[in-house]
Design a protein around this ligand. Sequence first.
Ligand code: CDP
Ligand code: MG
Length: 687
Amino acid sequence: MSQFWKPGTERPRLIDDEEGGVLFYSTSALSSSSSGYGFASVEKQRQRLPVYKYRTAILYLVETHATAIIVGETGSGKTTQIPQFLKEAGWAEGGRIIACTQPRRLAVQSVASRVAEEMGVKLGEEVGYTIRFEDVTNTDLTRIKFLTDGVLLREMMDDPLLSKYSVIMVDEAHERSLSTDILLGLLKKIQRRRPELRLIISSATIEAKKISSFFSPSKRRQALQTEDHGPNAEPAILSVEGRGFNVEIFYVEDPVPDYLQAAVSTVLSIHDQEAMGDILMFLTGQDDIDAAVQLLSEESRNGRNQGLPRADQDLVFSPTPRGKRKVVISTNIAETSLTLEGIVYVVDSGFSKQRFYNPITDIESLIVAPISKASARQRAGRAGRVRPGKCYRLYTEQYFLKEMSAEGIPEIQRSNLVSSVIQLKALGIDNILGFDWLASPSSEAMIRALEVLYSLGVLDSDAKLTSPDGFQVAEIPLDPMISKTILASNQYGCSEEVITIAALLSMQSIWISARGTEKELDEVKLRFAAAEGDHVTFLNVYKGFIQSNKSSKWCHKNFINYNAMKRALEVREQLRRIAQRLGIVLKSCEGDIQVVRKAITAGFFANACRLEPYSYNGTYKTVRTSQEVYIHPSSVLFRVNPKWVIYNSLVSTDRQYMRNVISIDPSWLREAAPHFYQHQQPKPIAH
Ligand code: CDP
Ligand code: MG
């Protein structure tokens, strides 16, 4: 443990370890879990949670205050218990519903099934959940509903005052997700019209102060409020004291050159020198998690730790066998959204992957960036759940104190705002710049979003939604560019194909890619590859899947993710229903792929790129901003390099790569968006 010291005290005394092997488990995405109840009854378990002691206080505050802010550390029972308290106290009587929002879909599903289990009811009846394209609720029966904050925003389009809800709990507010911020602004407006509505905002950190002053009404309004004996409009804050144990913090003496190596060797020294207890390591993404698992496995094979290396996500939640030590390697998803039992040691790399959007170049990238102090504290807290723990920070104390920012940047200030702007417009918020933001997005990002929506014909020159296009695009729960493509497919007579493409594009990936099988995957892709590009390749995969009778064996043979395909079919079905509602005729172009490409151009013309003349390494320039971009190696057009292409999205690593690319004819651009291309005449390339 020589590289660590503890601030203000002696070096830690090393404790002799019991014999034990190491088990490696990793998680980057989560599978929903609900560990059964080992020993205590459900009721006993509930009573042991820290929020239980605050049951009366919480219910009293909700009764008497329009907004209650509840702060409590992860695992104290906020998400699973508070909705049940509310229901027990009668907030779901008379057909009303208690809503609880989460920023992450996975959290919605796992928490809903946990609560249904605790209440002994069937998921989808009294307790249900809704995420995009998946509604597991029952109109007559559901009383507690978990949903993503994005879905709740969508519900406002049909029911602007969210009138069916008696209490709305905005959970994990400290994450400051894009939709959470917008939701909070809109809920503040709704409150003025619905004094009987109650808001609960729950947070794992002290972000609460900012949120409290945001919801605090002006003095004058407050005076009015007292006269009509409504609930107190001033937000109440309640802090749930956790049962967390003390966590000792260790810093490195000098900055580490490579956090991955440092993390791995720290885990090995903890295992050598510290008492039993599981380790949680925070890294940034699938790549470095895979690398860490590999390094640890090698070490344990070579060294004295005769471990049993395994990487299995489901095992993350299972109890550690006696005499073994579990190492869980995770992204920042384990910071707050999930509960892991048995963690005593935390190794904090100090980094996480964060989304950043540059409105000037219009490029959104996921980059590895330093975390905030709030995150660092949160990570450390994970070590103190079962007994006193230790947290090893792979950065210096000086860095923590002097350089680390206090809080993260809210997502709204680092995202592309196209989808948010169209939603606000659809909800009748005309003055976007003057909206009551919890944190204002940059004016560049807002202007860029308005520009894109104007060029798509979604907004008119007064920045109002156009009719019918604008309203229709807003109705489709997809990126406005793809929604526009779906509308255009109606004119081109290829809605069936475009809806298939939209469904497959909404999956993270339909391919199974694993370390070491890249070559085989590339070969398999050739079976489906279409000369026109990736979108048409998707159509071929879809056709093959249907012809195979939706066989999982067929998927396996072709390196295709069966679960993603099954989900895509469901999404496709939902999209067909939405399209029909919008009056789009469901029609196939029967193999006339040119019209599909034209429809895609109608939505994605702003993503057009031209191959640089005389380029030998496949350099493209975006037509809009003259950015250098390249076709991603996973694309079927990689190395084919057609002269003109349109991409679906950009990913930036060492370069800007275009993902999901299709070749087009430049004349279609002016056809699709004459206003957009009038000053940017695409010139033919002389080769
Ligand atoms: O929301 P908060 O982090 O305060 O706590 P919670 O999610 O309500 O979790 C309370 C307890 O329920 C945790 O300590 C877990 O033991 C358990 N839980 C679970 O077993 N499975 C879930 N999907 C969620 C919670
Ligand atoms: Mg929670």
